[in-house]
Design a protein around this ligand. Structure first.
Ligand SMILES: NC(=O)c1ccc[n+]([C@@H]2O[C@H](COP(=O)([O-])OP(=O)(O)OC[C@H]3O[C@@H](n4cnc5c(N)ncnc54)[C@H](O)[C@@H]3O)[C@@H](O)[C@H]2O)c1
Length: 352
């Protein structure tokens, strides 16, 4: 290992059962991606299930298994720490990684279970000079770049609204990807100004310690009059794309699966009426090999840690997304319109 090599460690790798690195055990996708990046070396993993950490090290030679992440951080002092355990542990893990001298921390989504928690992490990281990144890896996928370009380059005319339709529950779990994709297209200049929403809590669930609502509906207004609409829950209309940007001269959308006549999950329809859906082996959730988006993310992160450049997945952008999600829930709970910036304590406890 040369002196320029950054030492990486993962907290929360998951089990080695079928489907690892995708639907579950996302720690494997991080491990595979880290292995593909020059000057980044995976040195350790911690998982509170001892067998998970041991199995993980069978796959990644040179990686040392720990059961307790604090012991791992104290002994290894990794430069880059990936936090992919359950969301309620984010803050304590990030704070421990900061105390152990991490230069960069990659946090799985959702970044936190409250806005105040995300803001505390950002402030603490700024104090130590550590960079926080949130794993919104879809920003590195071609369909998502085409979607952003269709909006940013006005290929669909002037943007009027973006619709999010998540046809399953726990918006707090998957919604961060969708809101992040919306923000990717909306750009950094547009700011959310107010939110109104409704939350149905008839049947409550729990996913990895995140409470899950029955159905969520929200409307977020942006500075230039653009509206972001959100519907999430099992009873969301199944014919809708998960993301659609509506412009004055057409629309661009992203679907979980391509429509029968489309070549990919992205489709754009402009004033001419022609459908654009380019062939690609990059999909909604990941690339053909499952790791490309994550690998691109780590390349960007390493470059950022060397040069100080920003990345597509900087923590402040994730905080922006989290504020929108929390405002949607809070407006629903309080039954009134909320103005941005929402008070962090409004979203301190997510109660669905
Ligand atoms: N970015 C993506 O596309 C994507 C995909 C899947 C999951 N995720 C996110 O990754 C996170 C993990 O999801 P998963 O599906 O990999 O879960 P998982 O259950 O497969 O793996 C999580 C692992 O974390 C370990 N863990 C939990 N608490 C711990 C603690 N206190 N100390 C040490 N280890 C601990 C568990 O034992 C488990 O092995 C979630 O926040 C999820 O939303 C993101």
């Amino acid at each position: 290992m040369n002196s320029a090599t950054l030492r990486a460690a993962i907290i929360g790798c998951g089990s080695s059962s079928a489907g690892k690195g995708g639907a579950h055990s996302i720690g494997y996708a991080h491990g595979w991606a880290i292995g593909r990046v020059t000057n980044l070396k995976l040195v350790a993993v911690a998982d509170r299930i001892e067998q998970n950490a041991a199995d993980f090290c069978q796959e990644f030679s040179g990686c040392v298994a720990y059961r307790d992440y604090r012991t791992m951080l104290e002994r290894e002092h990794p430069d880059v720490v990936t936090v992919s355990a359950f969301p309620p542990y984010r803050e304590e893990m990030v704070m421990a990684a900061l105390a152990a001298g991490a230069k960069g921390i990659v946090i799985e989504k959702p970044m936190a279970t409250s806005l105040a928690s995300a803001q505390r992490m950002m402030a603490a990281a700024a104090n130590t000079g550590c960079r926080l990144f949130v794993h919104h890896q879809r920003r590195y996928g071609k369909p998502f770049e085409w979607w952003r370009d269709a909006v940013a380059h006005r290929e669909i005319g002037e943007l009027e609204s973006i619709d999010i339709a998540q046809p399953f529950d726990t918006f707090m779990n998957f919604g961060p990807h969708l809101v992040d994709a919306a923000l990717f297209a909306l750009g950094r200049e547009r700011q959310a100004v107010r939110a109104i929403g409704a939350v149905d809590t008839t049947v409550l669930g729990d996913y990895q310690g995140i409470p899950s609502e029955t159905q969520l509906l929200a409307s977020i207004h942006f500075t230039d009059g653009v509206r972001l609409s959100i519907e999430a829950g099992k009873r969301t209309c199944g014919r809708l794309p998960v993301l659609r940007a509506n412009g004055t001269h057409g629309f661009a959308e992203l679907r979980l699966d391509p429509l029968p006549d489309d070549a990919c999950v992205f489709r754009k329809v402009c004033a001419s009426g022609d459908v654009v859906s380019p062939a690609t082996n990059e999909h909604f959730h990941h690339s053909e090999d499952g790791v490309l988006y994550v690998e691109r993310a780590y390349r960007d992160i390493c470059q950022a840690l060397r040069t100080g450049a920003s990345t597509r997945i900087d923590g402040d952008e994730a905080v922006r997304g989290l504020a929108i999600i929390m405002a949607a829930y809070e407006a629903g709970h309080q039954g009134r319109m909320l103005d941005f910036p929402i008070n962090a304590t409004d979203g301190e406890d997510l109660v669905v």
